[in-house]
Ligand binder design. Structure first.
Ligand SMILES: Cc1cc2nc3c(=O)[nH]c(=O)nc-3n(C[C@H](O)[C@H](O)[C@H](O)COP(=O)(O)OP(=O)(O)OC[C@H]3O[C@@H](n4cnc5c(N)ncnc54)[C@H](O)[C@@H]3O)c2cc1C
Length: 466
């Protein structure tokens, strides 16, 4: 059978883009289908980019307010949430242009519409603006991403009830907001709202924040969120919601009642598989709408692959892009690396980033490790920029000096982590904490934190004195 394309990618977020570009550059005939008007996926329109841009605007406001010079002017004006949103959205059309140009330059045919399977080699694309068409392909990559989970019993059409998509359209500035769900997205929005001076109730269903983080870092986040008046409530569970015209009341299973001007629901996400008519090819998503893949990103249907949020963990734009490229690599018959060594980048205020093992994991595994810490408050660059809250922590093996984990919180943590990640990735003995003592870094930079942390850690081992 002659197919229209070698590969058809469904979705143009990071996973779809990574897949389409890797495949076309290696000679396959590739098309992509996207149901949004523009490329970029929820990453560009609802997730990573708008939330980080909004955070940046809030960070600018906080810096301005903290600034000694402007303080002297006695400027007490405040910025509304809609104004901050408007400013933050300026980046979206620029990013759409950049990503669109990749499809144009590389000649990936882009269809606009909702794709659904007719058979394992045929997809129907329908859009309100044109008649539907059938496109055939030898292989498919499903990269349809995810959306906020909206539980039954919560009316998301109510003007005071938001999820992480609809919050980007909120047209007023609440005085108080309840965030239900203290995962990464919930914590990031808690920082954003607190930064605008909005009182936040952050409800966590677990016993500590972001329990996958190193305990000390999770504790620091807890401290700094409380420090900006975020009321964190651990181990609470939602019971029901009363929404009035201008307020909401959240009833928790513990019997507590919380009142606020609005609620942001951040508890869970659902894979976008419901429109794909997967039963036509005998594929069944799990109860979260996610697909299972093997280590080549192939689903249980031999010519259908999947990548990005639709396959679940880690559900990050960073990993999705690499997964998409890897799925295309599998179709090209290459040996690929399954993406599982992913750094965390959490854009709270302060920012958090880590790679490798936590202290708890190393202790459980009975690995003899030592810790080196550097506090931002003693680093010249941090003092100059006024970003003195933060810490870099390196965990290393006391016999081999191998770096086992790096954990950072504070301004630019998600950039700083990559210096350490590069060393950790070196083969064999080259992954050695002493690298930071034997290498000259620019000064003043935040990279100095690596030298200070390495010195502090090595000096804790008695046979060393630096
Ligand atoms: C608030 C928020 C903040 C985030 N912050 C970060 C961050 O800081 N760093 C990070 O790495 N990640 C972050 N993420 C996660 C990141 O956005 C996702 O991991 C990433 O978007 C997943 O990429 P994807 O390509 O799998 O899917 P998506 O980006 O969701 O793209 C999938 C596209 O497929 C389309 N589609 C779905 N079904 C069909 C169909 N049947 N036919 C045609 N098209 C279809 C969708 O409409 C969508 O446009 C954040 C997410 C949220 C919600």
């Amino acid at each position: 059978m002659k197919f229209d394309y070698d590969l058809l990618v469904v979705g143009s977020g990071p996973a779809g883009e990574g897949a389409a570009m890797a495949a076309i550059k290696n000679g396959l005939r590739v098309a992509a289908v996207e149901n949004r008007e523009d490329v970029g996926g929820s990453c560009l329109h609802k997730g990573t980019i708008p939330s980080k841009s909004l955070r940046h605007v809030i960070q600018q406001i906080i810096r301005y307010k903290k600034s000694h010079i402007f303080n002297q002017l006695g400027d007490t004006r405040s910025i509304s949430f809609p104004d901050a949103l408007k400013e933050s959205k300026r980046v979206i059309p620029k990013q759409v242009d950049v990503h669109n140009s990749f499809y144009v330059k590389n000649r990936v045919n882009l269809f606009n519409g909702v794709a659904k399977f007719i058979s394992k080699h045929e997809i129907e694309i329908s859009s309100p603006n044109s008649i539907s068409k059938i496109v055939t392909a030898k292989d498919f990559i499903i990269a349809t991403g995810s959306r906020p989970y909206n539980p039954d019993g919560v009316d998301f059409s109510h003007p005071r009830v938001y999820d992480s998509d609809s919050i980007l359209e909120m047209d007023h500035t609440p005085r108080t907001i309840i965030i239900y769900g203290a995962g990464v997205i919930g914590c990031e929005y808690a920082s954003i709202f607190a930064g605008l001076g909005i009182k936040v109730d952050l409800i966590n269903t677990r016993d500590r924040l972001l329990s996958f983080l190193d305990d000390e870092i999770s504790g620091a986040l807890n401290y700094h969120l409380r420090d900006v008046s975020v009321m964190i409530r651990h181990q609470e569970e939602f019971d029901y919601l009363d929404a009035e015209d201008d307020s909401v009341t959240v009833h928790l299973k513990s019997g507590k009642r919380l009142y606020a001007d609005a609620i942001l629901w951040c508890n869970g996400r659902t894979g976008n598989t419901d429109t794909l008519q997967l039963d036509a090819i005998g594929l069944e998503p799990d109860r979260r709408g996610q697909l299972t893949v093997d280590e080549t990103y192939r689903t249980s249907v031999d010519n259908v692959y999947a990548a990005g949020d639709v396959i679940g963990w880690p559900s990050l734009a960073s990993a999705s892009y690499d997964q998409g490229r890897a799925a295309a690599g599998s179709i090209l018959g290459r040996d690929i690396n399954f993406v599982n060594d992913v750094p965390t980048g959490i854009y709270t205020l302060p920012e958090i980033s880590s790679i490798g093992k936590t202290e708890r994991e190393l202790t459980d595994e009975r690995v003899p490790y030592e810790v080196g810490r550097a506090f931002f408050k003693s680093i010249a660059r941090a003092q100059i920029s006024g970003e003195e809250v933060g810490m870099l922590k390196i965990l290393f093996h006391i016999d081999t000096f191998e770096i086992l984990g790096i954990h950072c919180f504070g301004a630019e943590a998600s950039e700083i982590i990559h210096i350490g990640q590069a060393i950790m990735k070196q083969p064999g003995k080259q992954n050695d904490i002493k690298y930071f003592l034997n290498t000259t870094f620019n000064y003043p930079t935040m990279a100095e934190a690596y030298r200070i942390a390495a010195l502090a850690g090595l000096n804790r081992i008695q046979r060393f004195s630096y």
